[in-house]
Design a protein around this ligand. Structure first.
Ligand code: PAF
Length: 516
């Protein structure tokens, strides 16, 4: 294959990776694999490429995660093709150690009692953990070793191995690891079969049969859309669907919380529907996250972090409502003016808002149509007069209380993106995806200076940065709606990221349907 990308570096020992690592100052994205790379791996590498200055892939068939009865000896390996794919995708370095180099052979002093990393027991007693005892301890131990060697900023895992992803995420949190885990969506063949190195064990008719797994999951999603909430009904439907292929031996189908992996009996929140099955000697796994309504995405963060651009683009891409809270305050202001009420007459305005029936509908460009008591006021709220008065009206307690209730009512339908200072903490504390979008003051000053220079204004970078620091302080200490990061929000520091990369990252959190 012809490629203009430079050859990736190849390291075979931890010492050579470390010698290289010592000189790196830029962000490193790491994709651990067992090789035999396919389009699923390629998607992880591409994502790492878009989010980091440097990308490292490891290829290591980890003996610690195979039971003696499993396919360690015949696990497919294809180093030349893997290296070529890595080169095409712009990978900077490949770590490809022998078990000896990682101290995993008796000659290298391996002892089965040596230190390992024990995952949370509650997470290994379900799903694949039942039939693969010790497997996840093998995974967490090797992942810890690899992270210690490569020392990346971010590590990329596929949602296909949902249990592995949840266990590694919990491990990183439990061990206070500084590494950020980035879940990536499942990539499927045209038939719906999820890409896996083990698919290569399947012949053509097996592949056709294997497609039933995803069909069964989709059928379960259709039941949820039709209103079914009872977990056992959903599990039974999946079992019956899989039973139509007699050669398929279903190992398990389970409904669990995507983060804790605890069983879910009733779908009152997002649930991971996961299964494993054998076709002959090949073990296949697959999953989807079931949602009872489209998710809410709450994006908070300091001024100048690019929230509104990102929010609008996400709404546009997902076909969600961009809950333009600024437009809501403008709508009330327009009405106050239209009714001839004095802006300072708080009592009259408080009464007026009780008669306000505000609706917002998504538009094709990510914006929204605003109607008040049936009249379309999308354009009317954009006049200079409304702009001049909106802050006086927005500062009134009754207006704010009314509009927060309205915003929450929009949330009941789901499928919306909202940005602000307290969306994830106050307005939508149960939002499925919470993002705290930020950038260092120096980076925000740099971005602002570029805008000002483009408009022909002189720029004092140090002063801009000082103003940003001061604005952050004011925003986080203000009495009404202070800026606060929700405990369960994903902090996204966008220094060095393009807007497109930020949007893609947030969308993949949504499509992975889980919080990292
Ligand atoms: O998912 C895999 O390929 C493996 O479990 C991993 C994460 C590379 C650890 O060996």
């Amino acid at each position: 294959m012809l490629t203009s990308q430079p050859l990736p570096l190849i390291w075979k020992t931890p010492a050579t990776v470390r010698a290289w690592r010592r000189h790196q100052t830029e962000s490193i994205g790491f994709v651990p694999t067992m090789g035999n790379l396919h389009l699923g791996h390629a998607s992880l590498i591409e994502r790492a490429r878009s989010e980091n200055a440097i990308v490292v892939v490891s290829i290591f068939v980890n003996p610690l995660q195979f039971a003696p009865t499993e396919d360690l000896d015949r696990y497919p390996q294809s180093f030349d093709a893997d290296r070529e794919l890595c080169q095409t995708l712009g990978v900077d370095g490949i770590f490809v150690p022998m078990p000896q180099a990682l101290g995993l052979t008796p000659q290298a002093g391996f002892d089965k009692n040596q230190t390992g990393v024990m995952p949370r027991e509650s997470m290994t007693q379900v799903m694949c953990g039942r039939s693969r005892p010790g497997h996840f301890t093998g995974v967490t131990t090797i992942v810890t070793k690899l992270l210690n060697i490569v020392q990346p900023d971010r590590v990329y895992f596929g949602q296909k191995d949902a249990q592995q992803l949840a266990i590694v995420r919990a491990m990183l949190r439990d061990l206070n690891s500084p590494v950020e885990i980035c879940p990536c969506p499942i990539i499927r063949e045209a038939s719906g079969l999820a890409y896996s190195s083990r698919n290569q064990y399947l012949n053509d008719s097996d592949r056709q049969r294997a497609a039933v797994l995803f069909q069964a999951l989709q059928q379960a999603a259709a039941l949820v859309t039709a209103g079914v909430r009872d977990g056992s009904t959903i599990l039974q439907a999946v079992r019956s669907h899989c039973a139509t292929v007699t050669e398929l031996d279903l190992d398990y189908v389970e409904l669990v919380d995507p983060v804790s992996l605890l069983p879910i009996e009733c779908l009152d929140r997002p649930a991971l529907l996961a299964l494993a099955a054998r076709l002959g000697t090949t073990r296949l796994i697959d999953n989807i996250v079931l949602q009872t309504r489209p998710p809410i995405i709450a994006i908070d963060g300091p001024a100048g972090a690019g929230k509104s651009t990102v929010t609008r683009a996400i709404a546009d891409r997902l076909g969600f409502l961009y809950l333009d809270t600024g437009a809501m305050y403008r709508a009330v202001t327009w009405w106050v003016m239209d009714q001839g009420i004095a802006l300072e007459d708080e009592a009259a305005i408080a009464t007026l808002v009780t008669r306000c029936d505000l609706d917002m509908q998504p538009q094709a460009d990510g914006g929204c149509t605003v109607t008040l008591n049936g009249t379309d006021i999308t354009q009317a709220i954009r006049t200079p007069e409304v702009t001049a008065n909106v802050s006086t009206v927005a500062a009134q307690k009754a207006v704010r209380e009314f509009l927060v209730k309205q915003q929450q009512a929009f949330g009941d339908r789901g499928g919306l993106v909202a940005e602000g200072r307290d969306m994830g903490t106050c307005v939508f504390p149960a939002a499925e995806v919470k993002i705290f979008l930020t950038a260092t003051p120096a980076e925000r000053a740099r971005r602002r200076s570029q805008d000002l220079i483009a408009q022909g204004y002189p720029v004092d970078l140090a002063q801009l940065e000082a103003e940003i620091v001061d604005r952050d302080r004011q925003d986080s200490t203000r009495e009404i709606a202070p800026l606060r990061q929700a405990d369960d929000a994903i902090e996204l520091v966008t220094d060095g990221m393009t807007i497109e990369a930020v949007i893609d990252r947030i969308i993949s959190y949504v499509q992975g349907d889980i919080l990292p």
